[in-house]
Every structure is written in C-alpha cells, then in structure tokens.
Design a binder for this molecule. Structure first.
Ligand SMILES: CC(C)(COP(=O)(O)OP(=O)(O)OC[C@H]1O[C@@H](n2cnc3c(N)ncnc32)[C@H](O)[C@@H]1OP(=O)(O)O)[C@@H](O)C(=O)NCCC(=O)NCCS
Length: 310
C-alpha cells in the first residue's frame, strides 16, 4: 500500500510536493526501531503529512453534524457496535497450518479471528507487529518508489488519531492458540509480546479511516497486509469485504486506497474485487519543457453498495 497522498481537484501539483517532502524524511535516516508516538491528531500542525495540516488546504469544519467528524468522535466500543458488521465481529476461520503440514504431514489447523482497535487503543506490541508486516511485504516497494521508505513517517501515519484497525489474530481475539505450530513461524513478522510475555500473533491487518478525499466523505483503506503464509487463501477478500460493509453501514458511498503501480499483484487483487482507478487519481502530466511527469502510485476506488448484514 503506498502511503496515502492527498490532493485537491484543482491542484494536482500538491501530490508531487508531498512526495518530495516524503523523500526528505526518508533521506533523514529514519530508523526502523523508532518508537511509536501517542495517537496523532491530524489537525496538529506538527503532523505535516496529513492533508488538513497543509496550510493552504482548508481543514474540514469541526461540527458535530458532519458525518466524518461525528463517526470519528465515537468511542471505539460504540463504533464497533454500530458500524462493524456482525459477521466481522464474529469472524473466525480455521485454516490448515502450513508449518505443521510440512513437518508432520498432518492436517493441523490454526484458527484466526478478528480484533478491532483504534490507533489509541491498539497495544504497542500489536502496532509493532503490524509495522513489521508492512516492512516485510512492502518496504522494498517503498524503497524503489519516489517516496522512499521512512519508518518514522509510516509509524506517524499508523498513529493518526482517526485510524482504525482490523487485526487478524491467531487463536481467538485474545491470542489463545489452538495448536502449537504456526504458519507464521517461518518469518515471525507479526508476533507481538505484551509485558506479561503473552505472545499473540498478528497474521494480517487492514487499517482504515473515515475521512474526506476531494471533499467527498469516504472510507479510506490505508493498509492491507497478510503474512506470506496467509496470502492467496481468501483472507484479503474477506477483510476488504468487512471494510466495505463498514463503509456501507456508516452511509459512505466510496471506498478508496492508494497502491504503487509496480505492485501488479495487489492491483489485480483490487480489480478482481471491483476497484477501478479513481477519477482523481493523478494522471501523467505534460510539463512546460515538454517532458511528461508520471506518478508511481495510483488511487483506486469502488462504489460501496448496500451492506449485507449489519
Ligand atoms: C494483496 C493481499 C492483501 C491480497 O490478499 P489475499 O488474501 O492474498 O487475496 P485473496 O486470496 O483474498 O484473493 C481474492 C481474489 O483476488 C484474486 N487475486 C489475488 N491476487 C491476485 C493476483 N495476483 N492476480 C490475479 N488475481 C488475484 C484471487 O484469485 C481471488 O479471486 P476469487 O475471488 O475469484 O477467488 C495479500 O496478498 C497481501 O497481503 N499482499 C502483500 C501486501 C500487499 O501488497 N498489500 C497491498 C498493498 S497496496
């Protein structure tokens, strides 16, 4: 998932300035081991990576009658109760365990369920586990991109105040595992440990935000990452389905995300699930000197239809 780059209809050039800012951050030698900050308010002027902090972009009015602000003001428990579909809250899936199959030839199963958190409520170990998944699946793509890989920038984004998380947790939502072996053992990207040495494994996650894009209220998918052993098993489709159902139940008409053009596998996945290049996705620009400036990311979107079961 490419870091979200926001722009206005009338100002496509804003995207390129923000990419340059990101490059500068990457060049500053950010460290993978940087601590996560407290949840970051997008209105905070120190948070220069969010659109509302850019001086010439008017921040959305903070009125309680506006859908985006009203939803984001809800405590997590109320948000879950009212807007996360029941099938997501009850979600549990049993999958053949790749690790134990290889070792024993047996058919051990492992169970995954869904835990829903916000950037304020998510535990530090879980957030670190999510960050490790991003680094594992996508840091190379970031490094090759015009944005570069900036752990500090990514961690700031992950802590944006209105960010919410669907965490795919091995075992039940508390991390109690049914079997000893784990498909995640191969590279342990998503393991986290709390202060009591309780291990819980994050097999994947989807982060999202109720926000504005081009002045339209949307549900924005910031990240979706699965551990390699869990890819291509239908889980990405399920998680994106939960995301879309959440958007529908809130009353949002559009689901959006940003993806690197080089991530062809992800683009095919999104297209298979009905996402198309958004009308405001930046198109190649002819510069005054005749050169063409292209972008290495694109914005995809999908019209959110009637929810199934909230
Ligand atoms: C991208 C990702 C989330 C997809 O999740 P997934 O669980 O592997 O995908 P699913 O198994 O749910 O696939 C859903 C559908 O998309 C199709 N699909 C998935 N990957 C595909 C590909 N590379 N090419 C064509 N179709 C693909 C599947 O065939 C399936 O179609 P079906 O509904 O007809 O069966 C996951 O592979 C991943 O975490 N990748 C690494 C991180 C990443 O790139 N994230 C996206 C950043 S923008």
């Amino acid at each position: 998932m490419a870091t979200r780059v926001t722009k206005r209809k009338s100002s496509r050039r804003r995207g390129s300035r923000r990419v340059l800012n990101a490059n500068k951050a990457a060049a500053n030698g950010d460290d993978d081991n940087l601590e996560f900050s407290a949840a970051v308010n997008p209105e905070d002027t120190n948070n220069r990576d969010h659109k509302s902090s850019i001086p010439d972009v008017p921040a959305p009015k903070q009125t309680q009658d506006k859908l985006v602000e009203r939803i984001n003001a809800l405590p997590l428990t109320e948000f879950i109760e009212h807007y996360i579909p029941q099938r997501a809250r009850d979600f549990t899936i049993s999958l053949p365990c790749a690790a134990s199959n290889a070792e024993t030839g047996g058919m051990d199963a492992e169970t995954y369920s869904l835990d829903i958190q916000s950037s304020s409520s998510i535990s530090k170990p879980d957030l670190e586990a999510c960050f490790s998944l991003i680094r594992l699946t996508s840091s190379d793509a970031y490094k090759r991109s015009s944005m570069g890989w900036s752990p500090a920038k990514k961690k700031r984004e992950m802590k944006l105040l209105d960010m919410r998380y669907l965490l795919l947790v091995r075992g039940d939502a508390n991390g109690q595992c049914a079997s000893a072996g784990s498909s995640l053992d191969a590279n342990k990207p998503g393991q986290s440990e709390d202060g009591n040495n309780n291990k819980r494994e994050i097999g994947g996650f989807l982060s999202f935000m109720v926000t504005y894009e081009d002045d339209i209220e949307v549900l924005y998918c910031y990240e979706i990452h699965l551990a390699p052993a869990l890819q291509n098993r239908g889980l990405g489709k399920l998680m994106l389905g939960f995301f879309e159902d959440t958007g529908c139940s809130i009353g949002l008409k559009k689901g959006m995300l940003t993806v690197y053009k080089a991530n062809e596998a992800a683009i095919r996945f999104y297209q298979r699930l009905g996402y198309e290049e958004d009308e405001y996705s930046p198109r190649p620009m002819k510069l005054r000197n005749g050169n063409v400036r292209d972008f290495d990311y694109m914005i995809l979107s999908k019209e959110l239809k009637e929810t199934r079961d909230v």
